[in-house]
Design a protein around this ligand. Structure first.
Ligand SMILES: Cc1cc2nc3c(=O)[nH]c(=O)nc-3n(C[C@H](O)[C@H](O)[C@H](O)COP(=O)(O)OP(=O)(O)OC[C@H]3O[C@@H](n4cnc5c(N)ncnc54)[C@H](O)[C@@H]3O)c2cc1C
Length: 221
């Protein structure tokens, strides 16, 4: 059998269903960088999240004093070639402009960053109509990529892998395991993709953070 854990631009998704939708542009570009410059606000042991007038920002200070940051910025879609051609200075200027004039530390942190800066568009996959064939199955972003707003895509991929393993352990053949796995996972992951596309998962995050998978529970078809 083949497990397609091959991410946003999954080849296995296309093998399973050649008519599967292409990833959808979320309208956001994420720029990330780090700097060892001194004199910046410190956030040791925490991730400080900031909403500016035009874009969102987050930063943390690592134990060596370096500042790691990201910026999530509304943007028009550019081709993959155009994105690949953006230089570190181009990413720095783009991120700086998104916070320029805001009474926040974001623009200063960006300006203090050298060439350790990179960016790219953010895409999601709201619905993959076919998750499996009798011998192939999708997990993680290959099945359901969420925009990074909720910060839960990797968590969902990990949950998928545990539930798929349970189903393969307890059911007699891959096809019935894949069907049980999909029925256990589809609703939850599509809810996350939808919430993340809205930019916020809302006040009630218990369904995300308190989710429990009982590994010992026996899966039935
Ligand atoms: C900017 C950004 C910030 C994010 N922040 C968070 C966060 O804070 N928390 C969180 O939980 N999630 C976050 N995510 C989402 C998270 O990164 C993804 O949901 C997660 O990586 C999905 O895991 P995956 O294993 O399904 O796919 P991937 O991590 O994409 O792994 C797929 C792997 O398959 C390989 N591959 C692809 N095609 C082939 C092929 N043909 N042959 C062989 N190998 C192949 C790729 O090289 C890659 O190693 C963020 C995503 C982005 C873009």
């Amino acid at each position: 059998m083949l497990v397609g854990a091959d991410g946003l631009r999954s080849v296995v998704r296309q093998l399973i269903d050649p008519a599967a939708d292409e990833p959808r542009y979320t309208g956001l570009t994420v720029v990330y960088g780090y700097t060892r410059a001194g004199g910046l606000p410190a956030a040791p042991g925490i991730y400080r999240m900031i909403r500016g007038s035009r874009a969102a920002f987050g930063f943390t200070t690592d134990p060596d004093g370096a500042t790691f940051w990201f910026a999530r910025i509304p943007d028009a879609e550019r081709s993959r070639e155009e994105i690949a051609a953006v230089t570190p200075a181009g990413w720095r200027e783009f991120a700086h402009a998104a916070f320029d004039g805001d009474p926040l530390p974001c623009a200063d942190i960006v300006a203090a960053t050298g060439d350790e800066v990179f960016g790219g568009h953010s895409y999601d996959v709201p619905e993959t109509r076919v998750w499996s064939t009798p011998r192939m199955v999708l997990t993680g972003d290959a099945a359901h990529a969420a925009s990074p707003a909720a910060g839960q895509g990797a968590s969902m991929a990990l949950e998928d892998s545990v539930v798929l393993a349970q189903c393969l352990r307890d059911l007699p053949d891959p096809a019935s395991a894949f069907a049980a796995y999909e029925s256990l996972r589809r609703e939850r992951v599509e809810k996350l993709v939808k919430a993340s596309a809205g930019g916020d998962v809302g006040e009630d995050r218990g369904w995300l953070y308190s989710h429990h998978i009982d590994w010992e529970a026996k899966i039935t078809a």
